[in-house]
Design a protein around this ligand. Sequence first.
Ligand code: FES
Length: 205
Amino acid sequence: MAQMEQSGGPRVAHRVEQARQHEARKIARRSFMRVSVFAGLSLGLGAWTASFLGFFNLRHPTGFGGVVTVAKARIPKVGDDPARISEGKFWLSNLQGAQGDVLGVGGAGGLMALYWKCPHLGCTVPWSPTFAGGQVNFPGVTGWFRCPCHGSTYSRAGVRVFGPAPRPMDTMLLTINGDGSLNVNTGKITSGAADNPLRAVVYNG
Ligand code: FES
């Protein structure tokens, strides 16, 4: 009897050890499954995000919000009517000297990218080539940006001369490329101010 009790001890200890190892293996398997599922989800989410950004072209946006390249052929000649660049939501003016400087701040002329959103309440401002400056106290000067919503009127350099707009038209960062084209960064918008004509970039394209 005493002998049986002595041999039962190691057997029980062996079973306890087996149960412990079994439980440890189960826990390890569950952990592995969790890590696998999490890794799979992360990979799936990463792939989805990449395709989302790719689909909407958000990594390197072009068009409005990104850099818009304007080919040389689309750039207006000095003194011509501004060109509408729809994909960037701006007007491209090519000023002749101090043209558009209606406040006397000066300016050597050149190219300006004017955001077409009216600084008053956001209407799209068109170029009006036949609008007579006599209506806004600038007789003899024909061709103005004229907002259809409340009549704010701006010179070729986007300087406000009439209407409720609180400031001149905003400008976008413009750089000239070696081949005569230019880049307009439509994500870099500067509030319009009296110095708008001084922001023009001389162009010899
Ligand atoms: S939105 Fe242009 S003048 Fe009001």
